[in-house]
Design a protein around this ligand. Structure first.
Ligand SMILES: *Cc1c(COP(=O)(O)O)cnc(C)c1O
Length: 393
């Protein structure tokens, strides 16, 4: 072989090596021993990898772990596909299971990107969206009685940023009665806190960018389900839209998953302590945290969540300007438009995520000028408390 060919040729590694940690298969395609082997894999008669947009061993190892977590302790088989982001998980699910003319029934206080996706992209493609109060059995049934194009109920609990909770068993029971599908965005909880499958929900969405990764260093999403036929439909959508995750982000997610159980316990513990501290602060007028008994959905949260997670929001007696000043005084916490990382993060929805939402509409959704959202981290709680104590005094 000429040296120029040696340069070009792909040399195999020593496949007797057994690495302790999952390797990153940074390969767009996989080779075949011979054409018979290729034919068998393409025909679906034998197992094997073809092309990383279809499937990749690094990504599969991680998605299998998330499937095990979401169905843990339940007598079901679940599947999981990793996608390039939480948003692509939502769009791939919808394109995989719905068609033009179908309607999604959902709530008004979804993650902002999801609302925009439904209104600005899917509506133009003929998939309609109907908003209602998913906590009201009457309202949900009324919507379903009046519209037989509804094929999917899409819920988020606890919701952002007011931390309202929706009764998952109730939603799943109504959907079964009307023979329609249900999907839940479980990003705020992770399967360590809430398992929507245990209430009969059909699909689960994650922005794994948040708690499942936990370290803020990758963007990816997950679609989970339990029906084999629908799994094939979703895989087809994933493969043809090309919304697949990449091996490096899957690998970073894998690192995060190792500590997610420990982290969720600490997030929940710190958030509960901070919520109680804020509740006792004279300047604070409202604390939204599902783990405290004064929260309107505390009983629902207790029924379906094992702990109450790391997200909370609160309002205090300050104007818009005073709120901005108070946030600037929080020196230990960090201002960042994400959540679920190990460090405590702050968001002022009125001046950031909801800046383009008219004031009346945002206030009707519980987002006042002084509302501050906190993604409570796993630092020592005393450092977090003293930061809030100084900023609010
Ligand atoms: C962040 C987030 C998303 C979108 O996920 P990306 O990974 O940013 O695409 C969807 N739902 C919820 C609840 C989120 O917090």
């Amino acid at each position: 072989m000429k040296s120029s060919s040696i340069c070009v040729k792909e040399f195999k590694d020593n496949n007797k090596v057994s690495s302790h940690i999952l390797p990153i298969y940074a390969s767009s395609s996989f080779t075949f021993e011979n054409v018979e082997n290729s034919l068998g894999i393409f025909a679906g008669k034998s197992d094997g990898y073809i092309y990383s947009r279809y499937a990749n061993p690094t990504i599969d190892a991680v998605s299998n772990k998330i499937a095990l977590l979401e169905s843990h302790g339940l007598d079901i088989d679940s599947f999981c596909y990793l996608t390039s982001s939480g948003m692509s998980a939502i769009s791939t699910l919808v394109m995989g299971i719905l068609k033009s003319g179908d309607t999604i029934l959902t709530q008004g206080n979804l993650y902002g990107g999801t609302t925009e996706l439904f209104l600005d992209i899917f509506k133009n493609m003929g998939i309609n969206v109907l908003f209602t109060n998913l906590s009201s059995t009457e309202k949900v049934k009324e919507a379903l009685d009046n519209n037989n194009s509804i094929k999917l109920i899409y819920a988020e609990t606890p919701s952002n940023p007011s931390l309202d909770c929706i009764d998952l068993l109730e939603i799943s029971n109504i959907a079964k009665e009307y023979n329609i599908l249900t999907a839940v965005d479980n990003t705020f909880c992770t399967p360590l806190i809430q398992q929507p499958f245990s209430f009969g929900i059909d699909f689960i969405i994650h922005s794994t960018t948040k708690y499942l990764n936990g370290h803020g260093n990758s963007t990816s999403g997950a679609i989970l389900g339990r029906d084999k036929n629908l799994s094939k439909q979703i895989w087809k959508a994933l493969k043809l839209i090309g919304s697949t995750c990449n091996p490096f982000d899957a690998w970073l997610l894998n690192n995060g998953l190792k500590t997610v159980s420990l982290r969720m316990n600490e997030h929940s513990k710190n958030a509960l302590t901070l919520a109680l501290f804020l509740k006792n602060n004279k300047r604070v007028t409202k604390v939204n945290y599902p783990g405290i008994s004064s929260h309107k959905d505390h009983l629902i949260a207790k029924k379906q969540m094992s702990t109450f997670g790391g997200m909370l929001s609160f309002e205090f007696d300050g104007s818009y300007e005073e709120t901005l000043q108070t946030i600037n005084k929080l020196k230990f916490c960090t201002i960042a438009p994400t959540l679920g990382d190990v460090d405590t993060l702050l968001l002022h929805p009125a001046s950031s995520s909801h800046i383009n939402v008219p004031k009346e509409i945002r206030e009707a959704n519980g987002i006042s000028d002084s509302l501050i959202r906190v993604s409570v981290g796993i630092e020592d709680i005393n450092d977090i408390l003293s930061d809030f104590n100084i900023a609010l005094s």
